[in-house]
Write a protein that binds this ligand. Sequence first.
Ligand code: GLN
Length: 480
Amino acid sequence: MKSFTQISEIRSAIESGSTTCVELVGNYLSVIESKKDLNAFLEVWDVEARERAAEIDLKIKAGTAGPLAGAVIALKDNMAYKGHKVSNSSKILDGFESVFTATAVQRLYDADAIFIGRTNCDEFAMGASNENSAFGPVKNAFDPERVPGGSSGGSAVAVAAGMCHAALGSDTGGSIRQPAAFNGIFGLKPTYGRISRWGLLAYASSFDQIGPMTHSLEDCALLTSIMSGADGQDASMLQENRIPVWQKSNSAEVAGFSKLRFAVMKQAVEHEGIDPEVAESFKTLLSDLEKAGHEITYFDFPLLDHLVPAYYVLTTAEASSNLSRYSGMMYGFRSQNATDLESTYVLSRSEGFGPEVKRRIMLGTFVLSSDQYDAYYEKAQKVRRIIQNETLKTLESADAILIPTTSTPAFKLGEKSKDPVSMYLADLFTVQANLAGNPAISIPMFKTQSGLPMGVQLMTKPGEDIKLFDLSSEVLKFSK
Ligand code: GLN
């Protein structure tokens, strides 16, 4: 099958008669079948996807199709889609079916996207390797002995391995960008409040954002535009209309910024934990950008060591509150061993949640407890504000912050799973954007000698999602 990088190419191919939605869906389904071992999907909506494809083919013929006709999309298993199961890769939601559709999902549907299935992820989106899924780990699309990243690992692998055209992920601390980098695709965490969280199963509500995972910047921009815009169901959103669709032709030179200013965190090039191949290719990129007339400035970010601790105090606190609703009473799983109300709560939660989720609920409950609140939660809130201010300050004198998305390429399955702290450090470069609310994108830039992809991350000011696409398009010229 010809592989398409952009939805617009698919659409032209359908309109010229060289393929159909039915054929595309059939092809994706056979790739899903042949690459079952990667464990990317928890459920494939084959019959439904084929039927919908036939409908969309008719709409295209009739000239009434929406902008996403031809796009076959997978959903991370933490988004509500009415009448379909959603489990957040947890046993605690066993058998649960969504009773409404997430706003972001509905907007894609209304634009005529075809949904092909729901993808595996870390349980409750907590993880950086997909090894925390109750349904087994996903395997990296480039090397099945390596992790796909997390938590949206199933979505990243589904796209990278050709099982669908694009996918949705969610990003609380890097869960779109890190697996995108590990699988050689694009992944965007939009400005906080750009895309409605209504229908996204909450992990840490003041951090969570839905975003696209795609083969091209154009598709990333198209899907973001379609999902964006205020929604009465999510009061934390930017009260703005849908953002326009970014076009490559509007990018860098055309927009008049021939000399771009990139701010690079000193520690990101000097940190001893950075893999030499990541450091080397990143330095080459910086010198290429300088040669092309752009400006690179280095800034010191003494807060680096506080990012991951602040993130884990605040997100676990929010998670302990958000996950209190899974009590065995209303949703999904209820323990068969319970005898009364209290044992229903205790046993359903003990049997239903996996170890990482339990660890985070306990940590979050601890930092919120009355005698620890000031020492942890309140302090972390203050640190978050300082991080926000410092991030904004850096961006006053730069167009974007530029940094490798991850300090290493995809690591081996099992390599970090016994050591939560080393796993948490996999989030070192991604959590800043969630703590501060800025948009950030991972773009596929390089490969290691052994062929593993590496990504570069750009971050602009909150609200500057379109500018982020402009800058990415310029940086991409130097990909190798
Ligand atoms: N790896 C991070 C964590 O474990 C990020 C998760 C996410 O963005 N959902 O929390």
